[in-house]
Design a protein around this ligand. Structure first.
Ligand code: FAD
Ligand code: SF4
Length: 398
């Protein structure tokens, strides 16, 4: 059999304009742009939620439902705060993701890295690639805060004859990837994930920028930060901060993609290693090692990062409970009140892992209500048991 002859069943990839099997809920993960669409009914995160089974396949066990830390952060064997000693200029945070990917390639552990660059014309238009050089990986640094068809390059993996691959991606992409992993003909797959929440289509992103930033055209980066403000970095290096509580909730209510409004995999349960920020002090990144493959990747960069243990401070529960009806009614505070509230919450509010729990609780409650109201027939099977337990701690409106 030649490298270009797939051993598995194929189906014809969909045209970019065709309706996806998950319809409105499609997150454009890219699977349906390939002949692996054959497996879509089983693999799609929005047609067949199967996180527990895939956790057992990837990590040797699924979440322990008697352990609330597992509800929140998934299967893990280690967790820490970290930052690069010499940050990568222009990375989303300090560039730990790009650095790990580069070392994976340089050490020969993999022959290629699935990551996402942007198009020449538009810095936020995603362009997934299989990087084979450190330069190509570096060119993919920084978030493309839009739905990105990372899996659309999977056919090329098989056609190239590559046997050792690293895939970087967010939860919905990784769930579909794990479901077809055995069909890829690889000797070894490494999965490096980031948390992900509130993603948007390219048009949705424009609406968000236009509604929220003073200078939407010059934004090169943004992040919802642990200080309860959105930080926008502009082309000239200036930083603009907008408090969460001052966001125009009414305008923005429909801006998030329906897939992201019905997602319960914020922490990328199925990646070997997850690199985010929300469980770490401000300025640091948050690392979750899920299994030995994840540790193998992290080991490659230990000499380039400083680390500290994760900590947890405060009690998020009251703030979450109050935020649920406020979001539901699309309450927007006047800017002075929003700023004041941000300052107070930053002083006394949840920190470290408790901040991560705050964000997970708020998003899961919102998403649970969204699915219950819009897709009641999907609610039972689509919401994983750990998410039901998280949401069950709060009183939700009807
Ligand atoms: P870099 O070295 O800059 O590398 C970023 C990598 O992300 C690149 O390799 C690129 O291929 C990949 N990438 C960029 N955009 C996408 C995309 N749309 N889909 C898939 N892969 C992509 N972390 C949290 O802790 N809490 C959050 O709420 C949170 N929300 C996020 C929302 C989105 C839409 C994304 C893409 C990420 C989010 N993250 C979140 C992760 C966080 O923002 C950083 O990406 C992560 O900490 C890595 O930073 P870095 O400097 O190491 O990455
Ligand atoms: Fe296909 Fe992915 Fe969309 Fe599901 S989310 S329909 S697998 S492209």
């Amino acid at each position: 059999m030649t490298a270009t002859t797939p051993k598995h069943k194929k189906a014809k990839a969909l045209k970019p304009t065709s309706r996806r099997p998950a319809k409105q809920l499609c997150s454009e993960c890219g699977l349906c742009d390939t002949y692996y669409i054959h497996y879509v009914k089983d693999a799609c995160a929005f047609l067949n939620q199967q996180i527990a089974q895939l956790e057992a396949q990837a990590h040797g066990r699924s979440r322990n439902l008697d352990n609330p830390d597992d509800w929140y952060f998934g299967v893990s064997q280690d967790m820490m705060a970290a930052r690069k000693i010499e940050p990568i200029e222009g990375a989303q945070w300090t560039g730990i993701v790009s650095t790990i990917a580069i070392e994976m390639l340089n050490s020969g552990k993999v022959e290629g890295v699935v990551c996402v660059q942007n198009t020449k014309e538009d810095r936020f238009q995603p362009m997934p690639i299989i990087a084979r050089t450190p330069e190509e990986i570096l060119a993919a640094r920084v978030n493309k805060p839009t739905l990105s068809p990372n899996l659309s390059v999977l056919e090329q993996v098989e056609q190239s004859g590559m046997k050792r691959l690293l895939v970087i991606g967010v939860g919905c992409q990784i769930q579909a990837l794990r479901a077809v992993e055995k069909q890829l003909g690889l000797e070894k797959l490494y999965v490096l994930g980031t948390p992900c929440v509130d993603n948007v289509s390219r048009a949705g992103l424009q609406k968000f920028l236009d509604t929220t930033s003073k200078s939407p055209d010059t934004v090169v980066y943004y992040e919802f930060m642990q200080d309860f403000q959105v930080h926008f970095k502009h082309e000239d290096g200036s930083l603009e901060k907008v408090p969460f509580f001052g966001l125009n909730t009414k305008e923005l209510k429909d801006v998030f993609a329906p897939s992201c409004m019905s997602c319960f995999d914020y922490v990328n349960s199925l990646a070997d290693l997850v690199v985010g920020y929300m469980g770490a002090p401000f300025g640091w990144q948050w690392i979750v090692v899920r299994n030995d493959t994840g540790q193998e990747m992290l080991d490659l960069v230990l000499n380039q990062i400083e680390t500290q243990p994760v900590t947890s401070k405060g009690d998020r529960r009251q703030a979450v409970q109050q935020s649920i009806p406020a979001y539901d009614k699309a309450v927007t505070l006047p800017m002075w009140a929003a700023k004041l509230m941000g300052v107070v919450i930053e002083k006394i509010g949840p920190k470290g892992l408790e901040y991560a729990r705050f964000s997970i609780d708020s998003h899961f409650s919102r998403n649970y209500l969204y699915v219950k109201r819009n897709y009641p027939e999907k609610l039972e099977a689509h919401v994983p048991e750990y998410a039901k337990r998280i949401v069950g701690q709060y009183q939700l409106p009807e």
